[in-house]
Design a protein around this ligand. Structure first.
Ligand code: CS2
Length: 488
């Protein structure tokens, strides 16, 4: 089958949206580190709308820090790819033209640094996942012992880590008298811009104090809240999309209609006039609402749903005890901790979340969301636990979610089958689980000693320890579904 490309754009059926602007006239204004499915379904879609509105200076150069897959798929397609939006009304297809080029950091780090020093590049945005910042998730500080950071300190001109790329490019821009770009973190981290600013400043300080002062004083790191559910694309999705396009797209995206982006408006070097983006003064209430309601529910469903034999989030939320658990978690344990964004109808947001989780057209695997739990639990569940603990309020459902993670990272499911646990700490977690055995009174306290996740405070908190141990013993004794039914 012929491939999607500039040359085949005009063969697409009329109901497929496509770039109406002159792609050849695009300049690169944004370098994006971590060009996975999420970026291509979110920032790139908002940017496509800005390009369509006429400002062609914001084309995107995407980079994968490691894998060549996205570059290999998109290069023969001139960077074009399809976004399939699946909702109750069916499926809409849009071909996105915003991505001009994709580089692979691991193949040629110097080329990527050079691209980031181009004066026309005014934003470097990132979706490198939680673990890509090489930080300690409990404290948000740079992990100086991280192997990629150790490497980048020894060989800064050929970086491996996202902070390493930012530092080297900022250093070179400064030396050349080029104003710095704005760093736009789009990962699900708490106070993501501020957190990344601290990580980058800490790394700069290990090189030289002047550079650290420049990062702290002259580089903007606005915080963002990003919200769109984007499951991994499957071969069946690819086949169905090719069928509708009449040409092959090796790298399409499947997502939901919902797409939200809130950003603190601090862009000294300028920014696209992104249609539909909420520019806000303080991201904190937006981010807490989203991380603590959406992402927390996702993670709780991921661990417990996987253990209960549910393949997808839609399957999990369709199982009544799980739905009750998620509703109870959101209403009784999370909502009381939130300071809401101005004008927000939180009940409507929660109702919409349940519908979004239930979208049967999205095959969002519990296994996919379960990945990297050690990096996700702090901002999704543990911040809420701290607030509830300070208020002396119950944490049964939150503790059950943590217990689900503990049972999951043992690496063996309820039928004795191996679980493919993907996590930067997987080996250590499995060793702990092996030493403890499937015994809540041993396993829970040993996992609570993983301070990068639980911090010193929660590791030592008797109420939290008791609640998690209790929940884990129920998960072990009754199975995840039984424990959910008993708690919901
Ligand atoms: C998910 C998120 O994979 C995960 O951990 O919880 O990617 C989630 O789908 C997005 O944050 C939704 O905005």
């Amino acid at each position: 089958m012929t491939r999607l490309s500039n040359a085949t754009l005009d063969r697409l059926p009329p109901d497929v949206a496509r770039p109406g602007y002159e792609r050849g006239a695009l300049a690169t204004g944004i370098v994006h580190l971590g060009i996975g499915a999420f970026h291509r379904a979110q920032e790139a879609v908002f940017t496509e709308a800005a390009l369509a509105a006429g400002d062609l200076s914001w084309g995107i150069l995407g980079a994968s820090l490691r894998s060549p897959d996205t570059r290999d798929a998109l290069a023969p397609q001139d960077g074009l790819y399809t976004v399939a939006v699946r909702g109750p009304a069916g499926e809409d297809l849009q071909v996105i033209g915003a991505v001009r080029e994709v580089l692979v950091g691991a193949e040629d780090p110097a080329a990527l640094v050079t691209a980031m020093t181009d004066p026309r590049v005014r934003i470097v945005s990132l979706t490198v996942t939680e673990k890509g910042y090489c930080h300690d998730p409990a404290t948000g500080r740079l992990n100086e012992a991280h192997p990629d950071i150790v490497h980048d300190l020894a060989d800064p001109q050929r970086p491996r880590s996202a902070p390493g790329y930012l530092i080297e490019a900022l250093r070179r821009r400064r030396a050349a008298g080029t104003p710095p770009f704005t760093v736009l973190c789009c990962d699900n981290l708490p106070r993501n811009g501020t957190t990344v600013a601290g990580i980058v400043r800490d790394l700069a300080a290990m090189h030289d104090g002047d550079l650290a002062r420049f990062v702290a004083g002259d580089v903007a790191f606005p915080c963002t809240m990003v919200d769109r559910i984007v499951p991994a694309t499957t071969d069946a999705d690819r086949a169905a999309i090719a069928q509708r396009l009449g040409v092959e797209d090796a790298w399409p995206i499947v997502t939901e209609p919902y797409n939200y982006w809130a950003i603190e408006d601090r862009f000294p070097a300028g920014r696209p006039d992104w249609p539909g983006v909420a520019f806000v003064a303080d991201i904190a209430p937006y981010e807490a609402m989203k991380l603590r309601l959406l992402n927390a529910s996702h993670s709780v469903m991921a661990y417990l749903g996987y253990l209960a034999g549910h393949e997808t989030i839609a399957d999990t939320i369709a199982d009544p005890p799980f739905r009750h658990l998620v509703e109870g978690l959101m209403d009784h344990e999370v909502t009381p901790t939130l300071k809401l964004p101005p004008g927000t109808d939180v009940a409507a947001y929660k109702r919409a979340l349940i519908e979004r989780f239930a979208n049967p057209a999205l095959k969002h695997r519990t296994w996919q969301i379960a990945m990297d739990g050690s990096q996700k639990l702090p901002q999704r569940l543990l911040g809420t636990v701290r607030d509830r603990r300070a208020a002396g309020a119950p944490i049964d459902r939150l503790a059950l979610g943590v217990a689900g993670w503990m049972r999951y990272v043992t690496g063996t499911d309820e039928r004795g089958q191996a679980i493919d646990v993907r996590d930067p700490l997987a080996a250590r977690l499995r060793t702990i689980a092996g030493n403890a055995g499937l015994n809540a009174a041993r396993l829970a306290p040993m996992l609570l000693e993983v301070r990068e996740v639980f911090g010193d405070d929660l590791a030592a908190d008797p109420r939290f320890r008791a609640a998690v141990t209790d929940a884990l013993s129920r998960v072990i004794a009754r199975g995840a579904r039984g424990a959910v039914a008993a708690t919901a």
